[in-house]
Write a protein that binds this ligand. Structure first.
Ligand code: URP
Ligand code: ZN
Ligand code: ZN
Ligand code: ZN
Length: 477
């Protein structure tokens, strides 16, 4: 199959320009001056399909480097399967995800890794890689890290929160960091002071403060700043590169910026929820259907934060200044009915997570429209840098000969009404983004040369998505 995309503006992280893109089989074969000839003949006559992208952006497919498909968590399981989650991702212009293999205490890491392959294989519409979560760090965990690196799992996430679930103590974290320094891994941290949060949550429930709003107030920014600072120090000591997931506090961005200014390899992940949503408007929301439980729709950790304190603007600024390097969703959807509902009367029992995998490209593109970031920065934070950060660049994250034919045609004159009347494709009974209007539209999505979304028609198949065997991070300072 040969596909020619003509007349579009090809955008990458360093610039934009009119070019035609030729895809042959699964790979990009050429990026050519518009209207190029082949042996004197019009190139259009030599291909199977021509897509006219005049007036549109042609960008490398989106890469969402933080998803949780089918994740068992908080007494429930994230509601998207690999099939529904990757289908939703495709609709939104994302052609690769990196999902987290979960290890709970006493589970065998390599068994879990194989289990994740079983979940994903034959069920994914787009390509997928894996990070590995480490909970209890045993000697066997450290040897498993070496094994996983050779399997293409080159990044590992640990937690300073969720006691008895994911939390590792500082010594365990440090041992994992030392191993990462030895084998070239990128260490990822969920950084919140879980012990302090546990005390604040207990006190809130005892005081009768049981609604979702208190999910936010019991995870104050100090608990994030403290933990971010702590893990930055541990990473410095171990001399290992560190990636802070789901940054939400402006003080956490400052800690990351300070470490980077010292020359340390520290990176921060922005997520749409922390750029747009807030304690006041979302966790405190009240509705006819759910009353003051409405805010459960936006319970995730770290929490969406106070707009009065200015966290959202600090996140956008961090994205602009490269103190935050990329945007991922932390896609971890739960339905209100039967799932989030578990926390009626006790917010600590609400499964934590928001679903956004379908909307990331649109939501961040709206930042371009709103003048918060440039067009090139959109492509950089949503595709190019995720590829570099997680060792896929060249294969993914770029439109150049030899790269996978992962291409999105984005229409800046189109329009997207998000989530309206449950028009999303994520397996959720509500949308965390209902009412968001985007001045742009994902028109065509191509994954390894196959058109999987064609102007509002889905053409993908679960037999298409392949495992991405990643290399070491290509993003170190
Ligand atoms: O609330 C969240 N973020 N749920 C997913 C698990 C995690 O910590 O990333
Ligand atoms: Zn986390
Ligand atoms: Zn997560
Ligand atoms: Zn359109």
């Amino acid at each position: 199959m040969k596909t020619l995309i003509t007349g579009g503006t090809v955008v990458n992280s360093t610039g934009r320009g009119l070019a035609d893109v030729l895809i042959e089989g699964e790979k990009i074969a050429a990026v050519l001056p518009p209207g190029s000839q082949l042996l004197g003949a019009d190139l259009k006559s030599a291909v199977d399909k021509v897509i006219d992208a005049t007036g549109k952006y042609v960008i490398p497919g989106g890469i969402d480097a933080h998803t949780h498909m089918e994740m068992p968590f908080g007494g429930s399981s994230a509601s998207d399967t690999f099939e529904t989650g990757t289908t939703a991702a495709a609709w939104g212009g994302t052609t690769s995800i990196v999902d987290f293999v979960v290890q709970y205490p006493h589970q065998n890491i390599l068994d879990q890794y194989h289990l994740w392959h079983e979940k994903a294989a034959g069920n994914s519409v787009i390509d997928y890689g894996f990070h590995q979560i480490l909970s209890d760090v045993q000697d066997s965990s450290l040897t498993a890290m070496d094994e996983l690196i050779s399997e293409g799992v080159t990044s590992f996430k640990l937690f300073t929160a969720y006691k008895d679930v994911f939390l590792s103590d500082d010594g365990q974290i440090f041992r994992a960091f030392q191993k990462g320094a030895e084998n070239g891994a990128l260490m990822m941290m969920h950084a919140e002071n879980g012990s302090v949060i546990d005390v604040l949550q207990k006190q809130a429930i005892e005081a009768g403060h049981t609604t979702p709003y208190y999910h936010g107030t019991t995870r104050p920014w100090q608990t994030e700043e403290e933990a971010v600072h702590r893990v930055i120090m541990l990473a410095d000591l171990a001399r290992v590169p560190l990636y802070i997931v789901h940054v939400s506090a402006k003080q956490a961005v400052e800690q990351i910026a300070t470490a980077r200014d010292r020359g340390q390899n520290v990176f921060g992940e922005a997520c749409p929820q922390y750029l747009y949503l807030s304690l006041e408007e979302h966790l405190a929301a009240v509705s006819e259907q759910w009353g003051d439980f409405e805010g459960a729709k936006w319970v995730c950790s770290t929490p969406v934060r106070s707009r009065e304190e200015g966290h959202q603007e600090a996140m956008w600024q961090g994205l602009r200044t490269n103190d935050l390097q990329l945007v991922a969703t932390d896609h971890c959807p739960f339905c209100m009915t039967d799932q989030k509902e578990l926390g009626i009367g006790d917010f600590t029992k609400i499964p934590n997570g928001i679903g956004s995998v379908e909307h990331r490209m649109d939501l961040i593109y709206q930042g371009v429209v709103d003048g918060k970031i440039t067009l090139e920065r959109w492509v950089e934070t949503c595709s190019v840098t995720p590829a570099r950060m997680f060792g896929m660049y060249g294969q993914k994250g770029v439109i150049q000969p030899g790269a996978d034919g992962d291409v999105v045609i984005y229409d800046p004159n189109g329009h997207t009404s998000i989530g309206l009347n449950k028009t999303h494709h994520m397996n959720m009974d509500y949308s965390a983004w209902e009412g968001y209007e985007i001045a742009g539209h994902v028109d065509t999505v191509i994954s390894r040369g196959s058109i999987i979304v064609d102007n509002n028609t889905f053409l993908g198949s679960t037999s298409h998505g392949k495992y991405i065997k990643r290399g070491l991070s290509q993003y170190l300072i």
